[in-house]
Design a protein around this ligand. Structure first.
Ligand code: ZN
Ligand code: ZN
Length: 573
């Protein structure tokens, strides 16, 4: 479709690929070896960067240099996919520059400093023989004391919440440097000098972490006694607005999205009240409905939640539903599915089991041949009460919605499309709001196509689920910009959105420790839904839903704002 002067296009494309190809990524990973390990690139794994002024200056200088060369490239000369890549990189470096110079969480968030994860990955992932990995760990261990010394110099006027988080997480980090690693090194085929050096550096690393934890605990004690004032965990209007713009990239402001979430919440509740009135006599033939709409809706949801699969049939139920969803998508012309890449549903492997639930396990960008799994965690590890609570949440109507979101046509299908136009830039810097937004969008799209026979029960449970995304946005903006209190937050989540007190307590913790991320589900969904509705209006009878979906996904994990621009380009003749 997009075939303008092919020769000129490929010249510009070739120049872009030269400048932001392998050499660019090599430099990126050199500056960010921890991030590299997380995505499966091990060339610089033996380096631990000390987070001091010099490292931050180097990062900033590199951002400026990359931005300069990106601005020299004329985006209109690039093919659509590379134009999206360019926009993604500009945003990534602008975000990094802003984070270093304006947001400055490297000062106020002590939990930024934690060495554990990359070490844990190097010790457990079998990407190379054990001895080689242990030597990498040995080299990396050398800088741990300098790392924490720099962390102590960097931390200034932190928030209490992030101080406590840092204490918690760094205490946990000690596990990584414990007996297991010591034993691995002692039994591996290392020289005795290496072995001695290993235990010395391991002990020094433990001491450095412990010192950091103690230093933070003293700081926290001064916060508690009032001897020192902590920074507020609330980001404030200005920082929040800019962070939202940089991270979400939907073309909408944080304030606009918030206003929209309030409206959407009311729309959902009105609909839920109607559905409840409709269903009430069927489920409570002998009881009058409460006057209060929240009470009424909540009672009915509780009743519907009693219908769920028995715990031992959970995995089988998911296995059965995936082909049903695929059949539905085909029969209703919603999107083309690649029959050559079937999704393997499996029980979550033991080493990956943390929280109950289901998730897509996709191959990393440096291991693209690996299969994609749909991991479903059986409930046998949970107490009967916890298992029952999980099953009530994922009742007979919610379980298919979860499968739509995670698998078909949600995350799994999006992933297949993203892999068709392989772009390391899009998989490394992919936009979270687009990815989550697509999955949330498909839930509603499937129900609109008639999946679930348009049953009132289905729409009611779906609405509760969707209300969670909407309230995440209201909560995030409310807390960080409008000073929303903890009591008001609890009222929003428990009374007005039908969540359990435990879920609300966990969410309150999360909103104190993060910002903007909680809005990504609703913002992505709303932006995609809007785009589709506008295309429908403008194209009238010529609008083709299947084609819309396929074109939307053809640009990989680009932000919805960038995709919108690419889709609005008039088709060349
Ligand atoms: Zn039950
Ligand atoms: Zn998701």
């Amino acid at each position: 479709m997009q075939s303008t002067t092919a020769a000129a296009e490929s010249a510009a494309d070739a120049a872009f690929r030269r400048e932001f190809g392998d050499a660019f990524f090599d430099r990126l990973w050199q500056l960010n070896p921890d991030w590299a390990i997380a995505v499966g690139y091990y060339k610089y794994a033996d380096r631990l960067i000390v987070p001091d002024d010099k490292a931050r200056a180097a990062q900033l200088e590199q951002d400026e240099r990359w931005l300069k060369s990106l601005h020299r490239i004329d985006p209109t000369k690039l093919s659509p996919n590379l134009r999206a890549d360019r926009a993604i990189l500009v945003n990534a470096f602008e975000t990094d520059r802003w984070a270093l110079t304006e947001l400055r969480s490297w000062q106020w968030n002590p939990s930024n400093y934690n060495v554990a994860d990359p070490f844990a990955l190097l010790a457990s992932l079998e990407y190379a023989p054990l001895e080689q990995r242990l030597r990498t760990i040995l080299a990396r261990l050398e800088n741990v004391p300098a790392y924490y010394a720099a962390a102590k110099r960097a931390v200034a006027n932190p928030t209490r919440e992030h101080t406590e988080l840092a204490i918690e997480q760094n205490r946990g980090a000690l596990d990584v440097f414990g007996n297991d690693l010591e034993r691995q090194a002692a039994t591996a085929n290392l020289t005795s000098a290496e072995r001695q050096s290993f235990s010395r550096r391991l002990a020094a690393a433990r001491a450095a972490i412990t010192d950091y934890v103690n230093w933070l605990a003293e700081l926290d004690a001064r916060f508690v006694s009032g001897a020192e004032r902590a920074r507020s965990f609330r980001l404030g209007r200005e920082l929040y607005g800019r962070k939202f713009e940089l991270e979400i990239q939907s073309g909408e402001t944080a304030e606009q999205l918030y206003a929209r979430a309030l409206e959407e919440k009311e729309r959902l509740l009105t609909r839920m009240a109607l559905l409840t009135d409709l269903l009430w006599p069927k489920y409570f033939p002998n009881a009058a409905p409460p006057d209060d709409r929240f009470e009424r809706i909540g009672k009915l949801i509780m009743k519907l939640s009693e219908r769920h699969v028995p715990p031992e049939q959970l995995v089988a139920a998911v296995k059965r539903q995936i082909p049903e969803l695929e059949q539905w998508v085909r029969d209703h012309n919603l999107i083309d599915l690649d029959a050559s890449k079937p999704l393997a549903v499996r029980e979550t492997p033991l080493y990956k089991r943390g929280i109950a639930g289901a998730s897509i396990d996709s191959p990393g960008p440096y291991d693209p041949g690996a299969p994609t799994y749909y991991n479903v965690t059986p409930l046998d590890d949970l107490s009967p009460e916890r298992a029952e609570s999980w099953l009530r949440e994922y009742n007979d109507w919610m379980l298919p919605i979860l499968n739509i979101h995670e698998a078909v046509p949600g995350h799994y299908v999006q992933l297949i499309y993203a892999n068709r136009s392989p772009s390391l830039i899009k998989s490394i810097f992919g936009n979270g709001a687009m990815i989550e937004g697509w999955a949330v969008y498909t839930e509603r799209m499937m129900l609109e196509s008639g999946y679930g026979d348009d049953k009132a029960e289905f729409w009611l449970i779906y609405s509760k689920w969707n209300l969670r995304s909407v309230c995440n946005t209201i909560l995030d903006y409310g807390v960080h910009v409008l000073d929303m209190s903890e009591a008001d937050a609890r009222d929003l989540l428990v009374r007005q959105a039908f969540q359990t007190p435990q879920e609300a307590a966990d969410k309150w913790k999360r909103v104190q420790r993060t910002s903007v991320q909680l809005t990504s589900y609703f913002s992505g969904y709303a932006a995609i839904y809007d785009l589709r509705e506008r295309f429908k209006r403008e194209r009238g009878d010529a609008f083709d839903l299947k084609r819309f979906h396929e074109q939307f996904l053809s640009y990989g994990n680009a932000p919805v704002g960038v995709i919108r621009e690419l889709m609005e380009q008039p088709a060349p003749h």
